[in-house]
Design a protein around this ligand. Structure first.
Ligand SMILES: Nc1ncnc2c1ncn2[C@@H]1O[C@H](COP(=O)(O)OP(=O)(O)OP(=O)(O)O)[C@@H](O)[C@H]1O
Ligand SMILES: Cc1ncsc1CCO
Ligand SMILES: [Mg+2]
Length: 267
């Protein structure tokens, strides 16, 4: 019950003082991620250029970095922003999209991990591969169950001193010693592109609200998606109506409903 109460409290705290979050995300995700952030009550800014990304990270409450549509210039911006966030003591979140797919992405993910992310959020295939295991991911899509990524997630968290979130049917969050499972969401969520990328941005918003508690921040962001996703999924006819219903559900979700409906288990 402690976790249930906490997620509602954190949603209220995040909305009471909407955090500026610098989201370096991919071309596919930019619009939906910004709308998800606004619906949930955060203040997103999609700022990625090498010339300004580091400077912007220093004035943001948190940074999120997603390598979904990577190029050399973007990577330079990501590294500058990550370095700046770490130096300024701001939390930052890494989303290693399809990092196993090419040598360019593998190297980029390794360089970004060296910059000490506060939180890593990925699907099961991404987390398994990031810990050095054999994943079955296909491009940006996971082909592994979350349960198979739980050991990898704990290893990554211990190795890099960060929180790791694995998403899928039932989400898993760990900082090494502690872990939680979060149930909910909808089978329509993987049929709408970039919802994972949008979730990474929302994790950044909660981390900005409670920078000294990235574990609870991550659980709260995932619980928001789980409850809003379940509500939208119950009424949707397919991926199209799920998309707008999900934004409406995020905006309508209040702290008490989140606390009442979140299903969080100690793992
Ligand atoms: N089958 C499912 N049932 C319920 N919820 C799901 C399911 N699959 C994914 N989700 C939810 O969808 C959200 C995005 O997670 P997902 O693992 O699909 O991210 P992702 O693969 O990184 O997505 P993308 O790369 O398209 O942004 C999370 O809130 C997760 O809990
Ligand atoms: C479809 C797609 N391609 C690169 S990033 C992205 C969004 C989901 O990760
Ligand atoms: Mg993804």
């Amino acid at each position: 019950m402690q976790d249930q109460t906490t997620v509602g409290t954190l949603l209220g705290a995040m909305r009471a003082n909407p955090p500026l979050v610098q989201c370096i995300t991919n071309f596919v995700a930019m619009n939906i991620a910004a709308n998800v952030m606004l619906a949930a009550g955060a203040s997103p800014a999609m700022v990625h250029a090498e010339e300004e990304a580091g400077e912007f990270a220093a004035i943001s409450g948190a940074l999120t970095v997603n390598i979904g549509t990577l190029s050399a210039g973007w990577l330079a911006g990501m590294l500058a922003a990550a370095q700046s966030a770490t130096q300024a003591g701001k939390p930052w979140v890494l989303d290693p999209v399809a990092h196993y797919a090419t040598a360019f992405r593998r190297k980029a993910a390794a360089q970004l991990l060296e910059q000490q992310p506060t939180i890593v959020r990925g699907n099961a295939s991404e987390i398994i591969a990031l810990a050095g295991g054999a994943s079955h991911g296909q491009g940006v899509d996971s082909r592994d169950p979350v349960e198979l990524a739980e050991v990898a997630a704990r290893q990554l968290a211990e190795r890099h001193g960060c929180v790791v979130a694995v998403t899928g049917v039932t989400d898993f969050v760990t900082d090494g010693p502690r872990a939680r499972r979060i149930e909910g969401g909808s089978s329509l969520m993987p049929q709408v592109t970039a919802l994972g990328c949008s979730l990474t941005c929302l994790v950044g918003a909660f981390a900005a609200a409670v920078p000294d508690n990235p574990f609870d921040a991550t659980v709260a962001a995932l619980a928001v998606f789980a409850v809003a996703g379940e509500q939208a999924g119950a009424a949707a006819d397919g991926p199209g109506s799920f998309s707008w219903r999900f934004l409406d559900a995020l905006a309508a979700l209040d702290a008490d409903t989140l606390s009442a409906k979140a299903r969080i288990m100690t793992a």
